[in-house]
Structure formats: C-alpha cells, structure tokens
Design a protein around this ligand. Sequence first.
Ligand code: FES
Length: 212
Amino acid sequence: MSDTKINKNNALSFSTPSVVDQEKRNFLVTATACTGTIGVAVAAIPFVGSMLPSERAKAAGAPVEVDISKVQSGTIFTAEWRGKPVWIIHRTDEQTAELAKHNNQLSDPMCEVTSQQPTYCKNSHRSIKENISVVVGICTHLGCSPTPKMQAGGDMGDNWTGGFFCPCHGSKFDLAGRVFKGSPAPINLVVPPHQYLTETTILIGVDAKAEV
Ligand code: FES
C-alpha cells in the first residue's frame, strides 16, 4: 500500500513504502496474531482442566445413577442429567390415585405425544413404579424451571391437588408432569429414559425397557 503526503504545492502525492517499512508491518501483524492465539490458549486451559473425566462424561450425556432410598413419600428429589434437573417425584398413594381424577383438565392425559416419554411410561402415572415418576424439570413452554407445589390447596387455590407451577408464564403441571389445559406450555414435561438397577437405585439416561 502507498503512503499519502501533501507536497509544497499543496498537491497530494503517493509514495511507495520502503522495503524496511513493509517488513516492520509484516512483523507487527504476525506478532499481534501470535499474541491473540496465546491468549485464547491460556484462557482455555483452566476451563478444561477444572472438569474431571467423570464430570465431562456426565455433561456429555453419560447415564447417572441415583439412590432414591431416602426420597420420602410425598416429596421430590432433584438429580442432574445432561446438565438438566431431573425430578424424582415420590407420590403418596392418595396423590397417585388423584391423577386419574383430573384427566379432563389436561391437554394430553393419555400421553399421546410420544416424544415426551418412553413407551414404558405411557400410562396414567407416566412411570415404571406407580408412585414414583422421573421427570425433567424444565417447562415445555420456554424452558424455565417450574416450582414444586406438592401440597393440595394453599396459594394454588382450593382445586389444586399437587403438582408444579411455572412462574414465568403460569403453566401448571400435575404430579406426573402432565400439563393442564390453558397453560402456555403445549405439552407434558419430558420423562427421560431410565431403568431400575435395584429396588431403590435408578439409572437415568439408558433407554432400556425397565422391569421391576
Ligand atoms: S416457560 Fe414455563 S410458562 Fe413459560
């Protein structure tokens, strides 16, 4: 590229840069590029180094084993799989019995949207064991995390029999993760693939036909 100068006659003149100037420019360009590369490499080391192999495997989607022996009836436990919250919902007998009573209030009571649960959970309680559901705790509207409202009534009103409320736009789900009609969320919460390894141990992330 040429340099631009004004000569004594106020006219613009163009001169070709010397070989030395061109070499200086080439050096500066190369040095800047190298500095940028080193900066990226240094920034990346702490992030990769901070993840243990097992953590990297889990983040990539490895199955997660969950001990549910201490999850009391009427409560939920939150595990993590693929970076998502997964609820282990342990219903009481009464809560499970209630599920079949409000089918007419739900958008998909019979779990017809097949993408939302494995076939072995396509039943009224959406689970392998009647009283225990495994559900991804992410709203199917825009991805917020709904709040557990396990108890009947309370601030959810007299007709509420327990479930989950998404505070972002007001979607409601029952204790099997089925969405109530009128919610912004169009479909039920996702039931991930899972199976029982023992009576009280669940493996989340394996799409095997589980039998208890
Ligand atoms: S993200 Fe849950 S209702 Fe909108």
